[in-house]
Design a protein around this ligand. Structure first.
Ligand SMILES: Nc1nc2c(ncn2[C@@H]2O[C@H](COP(=O)(O)OP(=O)(O)O)[C@@H](O)[C@H]2O)c(=O)[nH]1
Ligand SMILES: [Mg+2]
Length: 303
């Protein structure tokens, strides 16, 4: 499926080897940009596409507010890039309470991304970046780390130094752990570099992506939501979104909603009026039960 046209998506036949072969024949790569706002996701997307496609600029608040897609040809690959707003940090729950944007993100990247590019600014890996990364794992599943490449922007700040050495020597433990978690896959972009240099950066990134694709037999990342999305091919766009949103919202229920003691929990959380009504209902129920028990008492046996 093309990122840019979720309407056109029809589920592929899940036939193992055949799927793998068609993935290779398809020569299509889906790359998903993730990370906190302002790190340079849209600028990196533009560098990959080699044109100004996504809106990218310095701003106090997020510039990208919705998922957007772009495509280009690279070597023999059709590359689809999905740019996202900071969709995965815990704060997003308030900004996207109905899961709609996150549902769109799933549909636009179905049947799954080949690589997630976690974008962070060189020298600025903060607790917010870490929250965004944890959010990515919570959203897609922990297995996404095996598909993630850490992309550092502001490469020019290395001033010709080695990125590997920077990552090895940094005293930012969280950053060292992140790169280790992602199997050491990282590269750097100066998104303001001249054309030739930008091309060399893209080449380095695509080498990592190709390695990832090879390591996973050509198959994209998948999980329950992507699997569901694959079954919705015949439905309208609204219906597909509704079904994906429904699935995304399901685990968001708190544990008390899913356990037998849910009623008791809701009782303690309910407002005074609701508590009163629930209390009356419980009392009435108890009285009915008592009455039934009294009526059915076995008669005494007389000898
Ligand atoms: N100097 C420099 N600026 C960059 C680089 N990458 C992005 N920027 C700037 O960082 C700002 C935020 O970038 P943007 O792509 O909008 O970030 P996003 O919110 O993550 O999509 C913009 O002003 C970009 O021009 C880079 O590699 N070097
Ligand atoms: Mg952006």
């Amino acid at each position: 499926m093309l990122f840019s046209d979720p309407e056109a998506y029809r589920p592929p036949v899940p036939t193992g080897f055949q799927e793998f072969r068609s993935a290779l024949q398809e020569r299509r790569l889906r790359l998903l940009l993730a990370g906190r706002s302002g790190t340079g996701k849209s600028a990196t997307g533009n560098s990959i596409l080699q044109r100004k496609h996504f809106l990218s600029r310095l701003a106090a608040t997020a510039v990208t507010s919705a998922c957007a897609t772009g495509s280009c040809r690279w070597a023999s690959w059709d590359v689809e890039v999905l740019d996202t707003p900071d969709l995965f940090s815990p704060e997003v729950a308030q900004a996207d309470p109905g899961f709609e944007e996150r549902g769109r993100c799933y549909l636009l990247s179905a049947p799954g991304p080949h690589a997630v590019l976690l974008v962070t600014q060189l020298g600025r890996f903060t607790s917010q970046d870490l929250r965004a990364w944890r959010g990515v794992k919570a959203f897609f599943g922990a297995g996404i780390a095996a598909r993630t490449i850490v992309v550092f922007t502001h490469r020019e700040d290395l001033a010709g130094g080695s990125l590997q050495q920077y990552v090895r020597d940094t005293d930012n433990r969280a950053l060292r752990e992140l790169v280790a978690e992602c199997g050491g896959r990282c590269c750097a972009f100066d998104n303001r570099a001249a054309d030739g240099e930008r091309e060399a950066q893209v080449r380095e990134l695509m080498r990592l992506v190709e390695e990832l694709v090879r390591d996973h037999g050509g198959a994209p990342y998948t999980n329950d939501v992507y699997r569901l999305a694959q079954t919705l091919g015949g439905l309208s766009r609204e219906e597909r979104l509704r079904r994906v949103v429904e699935q995304l919202a399901a685990p968001a229920q708190t544990w008390p909603d899913r356990w037998p003691l849910a009623g008791l929990w809701r009782w303690t959380k309910a407002g005074a009026g609701t508590r009163c009504k629930l209390g009356l209902a419980a009392l009435l129920g108890a009285l009915v039960l008592l009455y039934l028990l009294c009526r059915r008492r076995p008669e005494e046996v007389t000898v």
